[in-house]
Design a protein. Sequence first.
Lengths: 335, 336, 332
Amino acid sequence: MTQTTYTDGTLVQVEGLKKHFPVGGGLFKRAKSQIYAVDDVNFSIQKGKSLGLVGESGCGKTTTGKMLTRLYDPTGGHIYLNDMELGQVDLAEVKGMQLKTFRRRVQMIFQDPYESLNPRRTIFDTVVEPLVVQGLGDLVEREERVANLLELVGMTPADTFMFRFPHELSGGQRQRVAIARALIIDPAFIVADEPTSMLDVSIRIGVMQLMQELADRFAVSYLYITHDLAVARYMCQDIAVMYLGKLVEMAETEELLAHPLHPYTQALISAVPIPDPRLQRETIEIKGGVAQPIDPPPHCRFYDRCPFADDFCRDNDHPLLEDKGDGHMVACHKV
Amino acid sequence: MSVRTNIPPINQMRMPLWQVRVRLAWKALKGSWALFSENPVGLVGIGLIVFFGLMAILHPILMATVWGKAVYDPIIGYDIDIIVHPSPPTWIPNASTEIVSLGPISPFRHILGTDPLGRDVLSQLMYSTQSEFALGIMASLVTVLIATTVGAVSAYYGGVVDMIFMRIADVILMLPFIPILIVLSAMFDFQMIHLAVVYGILAGFGGNTIVIKSQALAVKVKAYIEAARVAGGNDWHIIFTHLVPNLLPLSFLFMMVTVTGAVFAEAVLSFFGLVNIRMSWGIMIQITQAAGYLLVSWKYWYLMFPAGLAISLLCSAFYLVGRAMDAVVNPRLRKR
Amino acid sequence: MSLLLSVHDLTMHYATRKGEVSAVDNVCFDLAKGQSLGLVGESGCGKTSIAFALMRLLPENGLIKNGYIMLDGKDIVAMDYSELLKVRWRKIAMVFQAAMNALNPVYTVGQQITEALELHLSNISPAQARERIAILFELVGLDPVLMDRYPHEFSGGMRQRAVIAMALSCSPDIIIADEPTTALDVIVQDRILKRVRELQRELNMAMIYISHDIAVIAEVSDRIGVMYAGRMAEMAESADIFDRPMHPYTYALMGAFPSIKGKRRDLKTLPGEPPDLLDPPSGCRFHPRCPYATDVCREKQPDFMPVNGASRADLTHGHYVACWHPMQGVTL
C-alpha cells in the first residue's frame, strides 16, 4: 500500500509496521537471530474513536505502542499521521526538530503509576514538563494551564496538589496526574499502555471514566493497550487482537466479542472470568504456551496451538488480514 | 500559546514559584534531618565535625587576641623563654622540673607543649584544621562532580562511551592509591590544592563512578524517563533534570567518604615529606619523625597523639556521617 | 459439613513510626470442611493481613490485639512455636502472592518442596519425598521431570503450579491462596483457576481465596466475604452476594466491574478513596463514601449481624452484614 489520501475519519494509519530485536551479539559481534516482536502490522485509528490493542504478554502490543510514540524506532513500515495543520506525516521517518514538533501530537500514559512520576519532582514540575521541553508559554501561562488540567482530572483544589510529591498521592491520583501530563500539550492521540491494570478495581472505573470524558473534551483518540478484554470493551469502539507480533483479528468491539472468528480470539474470550456466578462458561482449550517469536517459521504463528490447524496451515505462509464483511478483519486460512 | 482547547482561566493569587520551592526544600531538609538523627552514629559524626569547625574558627580569633604572634605563630613562632624544645605541656605536675625555662611559665602557656622547632603544638593543630577542611571539601567536590557526571553519561549512553569510562575506572581501581600519589608528587610540585584536585580526580573516575553508574542504570529504565522523552526532552534534559537529581543523595554520601580518604592521603604524603605545604597534621608528625622523637618514649606523647588523634577523629567523623546518611539515601534501611 | 476453622473478633494492628494502623478489626468468619471462601476487597482492606495472621506469619510490627482463631479445638493465636509447626503446612498451607518471588533461585524446585516436607513430616526418606513430589506435580499438571530444574527454567504459570504443589505437599485441610493469578496471562490464569477448583473438590480441601478481582472470586468460591477498611462488610453464598447484595459497598462493587458478557452497561464510580487506617473514620468505616449514611452510621460501628434467620453460632452458611441500613432485595 502506498501513501494515499485518506478520508477525513482516519487520524493514524499504520502500515507494515515492524520491530525486530537482535538476539545475542554485542559491540563487536553480529547477532545470529532476531526477535520478530512486531511483524507487519496494519491498523488505523479513527478520529474521535479509540482502538483497543489486546493480547497476552509477549504479543508485541506494548512494542507497537512504543513505536507510535517513537520510544522505539521502527525497523520498517509507516505510521501516517493526519495532522490538521501540517498535513500527512510519516511518524516513522521524522527526525530531529521535526520529531520534536510531532511529539506534541502523540503522548503516552504508562502502566505503573509508581514509576511514571519522578519521585523527586513536584506534581507541578511533572505536569508542566512537556510545556517546558517544547518551549510553550511563559511561567504565568504554564501555571494557569497546569492548574486547569489538575482541576479537570479531579485533583481539586489544584493548589493543594500542585506542590505535593508523588509519594504523598495514591495510585489512582498518580495516574490522574499522568493523564494531566499527557493532555497538557493537546495531543491528537494518546497511547495508553495498561493505565489501569495496577490500580484498585474501584479506582479503575473512575480513571477510565475520566479518560473517556477527556477524550471527548480534548478531541483525543486512544490506542488503548490492555490484556483485559472487559476493560477494552468498556473503553474502545474497535478492538485489534495481536498474537506473537502479528495482528490476527480486528473488528468493532461488540462484533468481535459476539462473533470472534480467529481461533485465538475465541480461546481468549472463552478464558475471561465472568463476574457473575450464575453464568457458566466453556473454555476453548488450546495447547501449549506463548513462546518468543525468535526467527519464526513462515507459516501461521498460531499453528502449534490452534485446534483447527491442518497441513494447509503448515505449508503456507502466515495468512494476511482479510475483510470478512463490515470491516471485520481476520488473518486465518480456515475462516 | 497556540493550543486548540479553550479552558476558562482560573483567577487566583498564588505564591511566587521560587518561594514555594524554598519552602519545599526546607521541608525536605527537615525530613532528612529527622531520619538522619535517628542514628546516634550520625550525631556523633556531626558533633565531631562541629568540634573541628570550631577549632578552625577559633584559631584566628585566638591569634588576634590572646596569642602573640612571636610565640604562637604555627609556622614561624618560637618560644624564647623555654630553652629546650620540644617541651611538654605546661600544665603537667612537674612542670618546673621538666621544662627548662628562663623564668616561671604559666600553666596555660603551651597546652599541648611545643614541637622540636619551638612552635606551639595546639596552635599548629588548630591552624591545620582549616586546610584539612579545605582539602577535604575541595577533593570531595571534584569527586562528586566527576563521578556523578561520568556515571550518568555512562549509564545513559552505554556502548562505547560506557566501555571507555568503565575501563578507566578498572585501571584506577587496580592501581594502588598511595604509591601513585607518591610517584606523582615526586614528579610535580604538590601543594594542598593540587593534592585535593588529583585525589578528587582519582577517586572520581574510580570506584565511585561504578556505583553511581549502577544507580543511574536503575533510574534510566523508569517510566518517567520514557515520559520525558515522549514529551520531547532531549538527552541533556533527561540527564540533568531527571537522572542527576536522583543520583545526588548517593553522591552526597560519597562526598563524605572522600573527605576521609583525602585527609588520610594527605597525612601519609606529608609524612613522607612529599607535599609542599607549610603546616598540616601530617607535617606535624613528619617533623616529629625527622627530629627523631617519633615513637621514642611516652615522654613525647604530645608530639604524636594530638595530630594522630585529630586525623583519626576527623576521618571517622565524616565516615560516620556517611554511614548515617545511608538511612536517608536508602529507604529500605529505615526503621519502620 | 463440619466446622473446620472459626475466626472470631480477630483484631490486628501494625505498629509504624506514625502510630498504629488498624489493619483488621473484629473480623468473624467460619470455614467448613471442603468449603471455598473468597475474600474480596481493595488493596489495604486487610485480606492479606488475615491470611498472615492465620498462619502466624505476621511481621515483627504486626500485633494481634484481640480475637481467636480456632482450629481443631485449639486457638492458633495462643500457640507457641512447636505447636505452630504442627499446624503450618499440615493443617493450613498458603500460596503466596507473587509466587515468582516465593521460590529460591539457587535451589531446584524439588529441593524446596523436599525442605517443606522434611520440616513438617518427620521421618520421610529422600526417596519417599521424591515419590510424593512426583505425585504432586502430576496433580497440578507439571511434568515430574521438572522437579530437578531451577525456578528460572519455569514459565510464570509453571512456577505458580509449583508453588501450589508446595502448598499441597503435606495434604493440608485448608489452603490459603493469596492472589495467585494476578501476574499471569488470561489463558494461563484460566487453566490454573480451573485446576485449583478441581483439586479443591477432589481433595475435599477447604480454601480461602483472596483477590481484588470479583470475576475470579465468583468463579472459584462457594461463599464470598467482602472486606472494607479492615472490617468484614458482608458475607454470604456467592449467588446471594450477586443477587441480593445488602451492604452498599458490595452493591457499589458489583457495579464497578466491566464484563465481556451481558449488556454493556454504564459503570458507576464509587467516589472517594479507601480510608487511611492510621486514623480510621468513626463508626462505620464506609460512611464517608456511602450514599445512605446517617448519623448513627457516623457514630456507632455496626455489628456483623445474621440476616434472614442465619445462625449466630455457625457462620458457614447464611447471609451476614455489618450495616445500619442494609439494602433489601436489590437485584442487578
